[in-house]
Ligand binder design. Structure first.
Ligand code: ADP
Length: 740
């Protein structure tokens, strides 16, 4: 077992200094701000060791943590219960967790919990019985079933279930053959190590631009130490090939080093794993929400022991227990999916840079539309940048035009303007593919009673219910609540008066099917393709040219390469601009240039049309002219004038409660007790734009501070002053991205 066994004589290894004799501090993976002290017999386990200790009525697994403050006398301490025979967390990760807790203002234990999510990984391998082919013993009775099993068996160990399903027999047949001596039982580790990446394997011959960028990155790696480097290049310019070279350099430099490539979306992760395998001759260790428990355990264990050298994962991979991390690549660094909004609130890109900075390794950020934060970090000399100016093999950038919907409106009840319809006609006639982009799931975002004006909302919520016509339901996209669409208005009882307002992808698809009945039309959104597998099917069909018009939300926007797609129509280019949060224009720019970047990625030139009612908005003008830098410069001025990030600091203090009175009172009390500090401004309290969700009401205060102010210190001082009543919960979001 690797179950925790009693502490032994000096189990300290790796040169990590054991905590002072006879006592250790243990941090538990619970929302606790500090580690607790325990006595231990014999030598103390090393820092980072996984241990069990009595905590409250139970024994809990935790990690030996650096001691802080004055420890109580030894005789008052409870005893450590056991130590796991598992690799200890690295001092680098411990320092990172401490830092990240202080930065995000979440308790250390809550961050440790993110590291320890794989509950059975500490148990070590539970060997499983598998079977390999042995010689055929004399006199073996061969039945048709047995024959099938023997045909399926080989020298590669297979489990009884695998053999049985390959031979379409029951597992008893497999066991019977083993008893008879025709198969040999072997014990195998269910979490086999990952094959190491082949670092000598040749990648593609790089273009001059790519070589220059790759050299710059390998120089940074050779030099050693921390540096953040932006790889800035349009979609399709070959950034991925460039950072693969950085991975090779980092892994070659130190035979124990590990590299992590972060991707914003799991739908991107699956094809990416194949791409990595093609490049390195071995699949990387994957980490994302769609893994089975066994796959998670395998990655976690192999990352912890250091044998998984290349990991590809979503944001939470940042909290894997790497033994010796030597490089992080954050692809699509601008993507908001890197911001985790639930549980511990953090931004994985910023945390990646922090982890690299604390541990002294480089971090590469790749994007075609880097965030303003990153661009400012480059401009101010904190980050390096390398640029790739053109598309690989000179595929042209798409020609982007605006369609002024005031001058060329669609017919009543339709969503596609005559100009866009003509373009799609043209594309269909030459058998090229079109993508209609609308970042709105479902059929209609609002359902309104024509008689009394009632807007359909979810119970106890202020969010609008979205009609999903394929399922004939109304769905709340914030809470997941759904109900069949009623035939009568729940307020005035008028029958057949509930009217869908505005379009979602399903409604645009309805129009497209009416207009082009012969065309092969598909819809892609997280509803129509729940799960990465079915999403993959639609994306593959698109790639294979089996779809003429794809109508999709942002799930089709990123990273995909459709060789025969030459036209992108953005149904509502103004959509992201409403709502007025500080990054609305930036986000619109990023999303729409990603989407329009889907057009013409192979040898055929692409074109994109943006339907808009505000063609003069700077962000749309910038998209049409492709002048990203001018747009960012204008955005930067706007943010600087307002003192918003990255020119100032911002935190959101959100209060939640079922009890609206208590909420109101607490929010006002908080505001009243905000200490005066130079360079700090407290705004609000204001109701959240969607005030109630499932009965829970939310209010928000925003704290804006100059860059030289320690926002965390200010917040800690302030929040300690106010006694928050039981029914109200307060969360802090440092540098918020969501203002809903
Ligand atoms: P980005 O990451 O900038 O969007 P990719 O690295 O995905 O760009 O490259 C775009 C396409 O060009 C991919 O299909 C990739 O395989 C191909 N490509 C990029 N660089 C090279 C190269 N040096 N040789 C051959 N193909 C390349």
């Amino acid at each position: 077992m690797n179950k925790a066994s009693p502490p032994t004589e000096n189990s300290s290894e790796d040169g990590a200094a054991p905590p002072s004799g006879g006592r250790v501090s243990v941090l538990f993976p619970m929302p606790l701000p500090k580690a607790y002290d325990y006595a231990c017999e014999g030598g103390a386990p090393p820092l980072g060791a996984f241990v069990t200790a009595p905590f409250g009525p139970r024994e809990v697994t935790g990690v030996v943590w650096p001691s802080e403050g004055e420890a109580p006398p030894l005789e008052k301490l409870k005893k450590l219960a056991g130590v796991f025979d598992a690799p200890a967390l690295s001092p680098e990760l411990i320092a990172f967790i401490d830092w990240a807790a202080a930065y995000t203002m979440f308790p250390k234990g809550a961050l440790l919990r993110m590291v320890m999510r794989v509950s059975d990984a500490l148990e070590g391998p539970r060997m499983q019985t598998a079977y390999v082919r042995a010689g055929t013993p004399e006199g073996l009775r061969i039945t048709a079933q047995r024959k099938a099993v023997l045909a399926a068996a080989s020298q590669t160990p297979q489990f009884a279930s695998e053999l049985a399903s390959a031979a379409e027999v029951s597992e008893a047949v497999v066991r019977g053959l083993a008893d008879a001596g025709a198969l040999t039982r072997v014990e195998v580790d269910p979490d086999p190590p990952f094959d190491p990446p082949d670092l000598e394997r040749q990648g593609p011959a790089l273009s001059d631009d790519q070589q220059f960028a790759a050299d710059a990155l390998t120089d940074v790696i050779a030099e050693g130490g921390h540096k953040a480097v932006l790889i800035d290049g349009v979609t399709g310019s070959g950034k991925t090939e460039v950072y693969f070279e950085a991975v090779v350099a980092a892994l070659k430099k130190d035979p124990e080093a590990q590299a992590l490539i972060l991707l914003p979306e799991i739908a991107l992760t699956l094809p990416f794993l194949t791409r990595v395998e093609e490049r390195f001759g071995a699949a990387p260790a994957p980490w994302h929400s769609d893994l089975t428990a066994a796959q998670r355990r395998r990655t976690w264990r192999r990352v912890a022991e250091g044998s998984a050298r290349l990991v590809v994962g979503a944001r939470s991979a940042l909290f894997l227990p790497f033994k010796k991390l030597g490089l992080i690549v954050v692809d699509e660094e601008h993507d908001n999916a890197y911001k985790q909004e639930e549980g511990v609130i953090y931004h994985a890109r910023d945390m990646a840079v922090a982890r690299g900075s604390l541990a002294g390794f480089p971090v590469a950020l790749a994007s075609a539309t880097p965030s303003l934060e990153t661009v400012v970090n480059v401009d101010e000399g904190r980050y390096d940048a390398v640029g790739l100016s053109s598309r690989f093999a000179d595929a042209a950038m798409p020609d982007i035009r605006l369609i002024d919907m005031r001058e060329d409106p669609p017919e009543q009840g339709r969503w596609l303007s005559p100009a866009l319809v003509r373009e799609i006609d043209r594309n269909l006639s030459v058998h090229e593919q079109s993508l209609l982009f609308l970042n709105r799931r479902g059929y209609a975002p609002l359902t309104l009673c024509r008689r009394c004006g009632h807007k359909m909302t979810a119970p106890g919520s202020d969010s609008m219910l979205v009609e999903h016509r394929f399922e004939n339901r109304l769905v709340c996209h914030h809470t997941g609540f759904s109900m069949p669409k009623p035939s009568a208005c729940p307020v005035c009882n008028a029958v057949d008066a509930l009217t869908p307002c505005g379009p979602g992808v399903e409604r645009v698809a309805e129009e497209a099917k009416e207009r082009w009945p012969e065309a092969r039309i598909a819809v892609l959104s997280s509803d129509t393709a729940p799960g990465p597998k079915s999403m993959r099917e639609v994306l593959d069909a698109m790639k294979a040219g089996e779809i003429d018009i794809l109508i999709a939300t942002q799930v089709a926007a990123k990273g995909h390469h459709f060789p025969n797609l030459t036209l992108v129509g953005v149904v509502d280019a103004d959509l992201g601009l409403a709502g007025g949060d500080l990054r609305a224009a930036e986000r619109t720019y990023q999303l729409l240039s990603q989407v329009t970047g889907r057009a013409g990625r192979a040898e055929k030139p692409g074109r994109a049309f943006l339907q808009t009612y505000q063609p003069d908005a700077p962000v749309l003008a910038a998209l049409a002219t492709g002048d990203r830098d001018a747009f960012l410069a204008a955005e930067a001025i706007g943010r600087r004038d307002l003192g918003f990030p990255p020119y100032g600091r911002l935190a959101a203090v959100t209060l939640r409660s079922l009890d609206e009175q208590a909420l109101d009172k607490t929010a006002n009390a908080l505001k009243a007790s905000a200490p005066y500090a130079d360079g700090v401004e407290v705004l609000g309290p204001a109701r959240a734009p969607i005030y109630r969700l499932r009965g829970v009401a939310r209010m928000r205060l925003l704290v804006k501070a100059k860059r030289n102010v320690s926002l965390q210190a200010y917040l800690a001082d302030w929040l300690a002053k106010v006694k928050v009543p039981g029914p109200v919960r307060v969360t802090v979001d440092i540098n918020p991205y969501s203002f809903l």
